[in-house]
Design a binder for this molecule. Structure first.
Ligand code: FE2
Ligand code: FE2
Length: 207
């Protein structure tokens, strides 16, 4: 018999990859006016938002994979709480892509599957490393959101509001993972994660 949690996990994967996602908090900046952007600025914003959406698809998969194998109950509850906030990010970026006339990545099933496997492996390594991995992931996401804020048009207050709110949440996720006992990952792992994230962000910008 197939365990219930595998079915739930699969259901969540389908909703993440094919959408639509429903967040619990309102979209940041939704009361701001839609900016007047040049076609180039609009295309750039849509591509950056696609990259961020892929990041959130990966975040869902990482959290789900980790929750599958994480042992400690406190860590599980915290991971579930953070994963719920990531659903907001998923919904916010999905909506902003649509507003900008962009599209989501065609490779989302692939991003999800690979991140799920990585998350499950990190979970197997034990809570200390799993939480350390989470903290490092979130820190890299914060840096990457910062770089997108620098690339976005200053006129695009709606996109900026979404990324700024996400950045605040991700920094909080990193801190809570460390407070729960996450260890600093050895340098080669951090470097490897940076390479993997570069491959993902570069590909998702185009596809
Ligand atoms: Fe996120
Ligand atoms: Fe996060």
């Amino acid at each position: 018999m197939i365990p219930d949690r595998l079915i739930l996990s699969f259901d969540r994967a389908l909703r993440t990859v094919f959408g639509p996602s429903r967040g619990s908090r309102p979209v940041p900046g939704e009361d701001l006016a839609e900016p007047e952007l040049t076609p180039v600025e609009r295309a750039e914003a849509a591509a950056l938002m696609r990259v961020n959406h892929v990041g959130e698809v990966c975040a869902q998969a990482l959290y789900q994979g980790q929750a599958l194998t994480a042992r400690d109950f406190t860590a599980k509850a915290t991971l579930a709480q953070a994963a719920a906030e990531e659903v907001d990010h998923l919904a916010w970026t999905e909506r902003r892509i649509a507003e900008l006339g962009g599209r989501r990545s065609l490779l989302n099933p692939l991003w999800y599957a690979s991140s799920y496997a990585i998350g499950a492996l990190a979970g197997l390594a034990g809570d200390r490393w799993s939480l350390g991995f989470l903290a490092e992931t979130e820190r890299q996401v914060v840096a990457h959101l910062e770089s997108h804020l620098n690339r976005l048009s200053h006129q695009d207050a709606r996109s900026r509001a979404v990324l700024t709110a996400m950045k605040r949440d991700e920094a909080k996720h990193a801190t809570s993972a460390l407070h729960l006992g996450g260890s600093e990952l050895p340098l080669p792992y951090r470097a490897l994660m940076r390479v993997a994230s570069k491959v993902m962000t570069t590909t998702a910008y185009w596809v």
